[in-house]
Design a protein around this ligand. Structure first.
Ligand SMILES: C[S@@+](CC[C@H](N)C(=O)[O-])C[C@H]1O[C@@H](n2cnc3c(N)ncnc32)[C@H](O)[C@@H]1O
Length: 213
């Protein structure tokens, strides 16, 4: 995942505000209790998401891929008083962990955790969103984009993680590398989608932001 010089990354980290004690605890507990802790977005992406959310002040947020709840807590920082965040996770074993931290963050009434396949759940949520964050299985990224864009308010932001996929997107992918192919297809699809204005930022593993025109 580190395609940016590690000294530059360390410097950027050092000159970014500290994460809260709660997020530090969540990250530590994820590392010693949960499989694949590198899936957690972490301080840089987390700060970025919470700052975007605080600027946008969304009424409703949708997240695809909760994992242990780190990014959901970051995104929820900008919610309006009556706002809600809906987050979808397919792995039921993560439910208790994420709910515990939503409660600790005083967000249990604002965050609605849906357990199940996002492809089935997204169409069932009867809301339009100001921010949608896609961070689940890469092989379905184009399907998530198509579902999400139809759930976005005008001016709303669709944020997609891992669009540089450890730098693999710049080369011809191996025949069986479906994930790289899917991300390359999505990046092209977004660039040519007249409904959105977009920017691909080389933060961590690459973040795409699209604004619905
Ligand atoms: C990269 S992790 C999410 C990390 C989280 N957003 C964070 O920053 O802490 C991806 C998550 O998506 C979940 N996932 C994978 N396929 C899914 C699907 N079809 N529907 C919902 N969740 C899915 C995985 O179980 C995993 O927990």
């Amino acid at each position: 995942m580190n395609f940016i010089d590690s000294k530059i990354l360390n410097y950027s980290n050092q000159f970014t505000s500290n994460q809260s004690k709660l997020l530090e605890d969540l990250e530590r507990e994820t590392q010693y209790k949960i499989l694949m802790p590198r899936m957690l977005s972490g301080k840089m992406v987390g700060k970025f998401l919470s700052m975007v959310s605080q600027i946008k002040q969304p009424l409703h947020i949708l997240e695809i891929g909760t994992y242990t709840g780190y990014s959901a807590i970051c995104l929820a920082q900008g919610l309006q008083k009556t706002g809600t965040l809906h987050t979808i996770e397919i792995n039921k074993e993560l439910e208790d962990f994420a709910l515990k931290y939503f409660k600790k963050a005083n967000l249990k009434d604002k965050i609605n955790l849906h357990i199940g396949n996002a492809l089935n759940i997204i169409p069932q949520i009867n809301l339009y969103f100001d921010i949608i964050f896609i961070d689940a299985d890469k092989k379905n990224y184009c399907k998530y984009y198509d579902l999400a864009i139809n759930k976005l308010n005008k001016g709303g932001l669709l944020i997609i993680d891992n669009v540089l996929w450890s730098g693999k997107v710049i080369n011809e992918p191996k025949e069986n590398d479906q994930e790289t192919k899917e991300i390359q297809t999505l990046n092209k699809k977004i660039l040519h989608d007249p409904r959105v204005n977009n920017i691909l930022l080389p933060i961590r593993d690459g973040i795409m932001i699209c604004q619905l025109l």
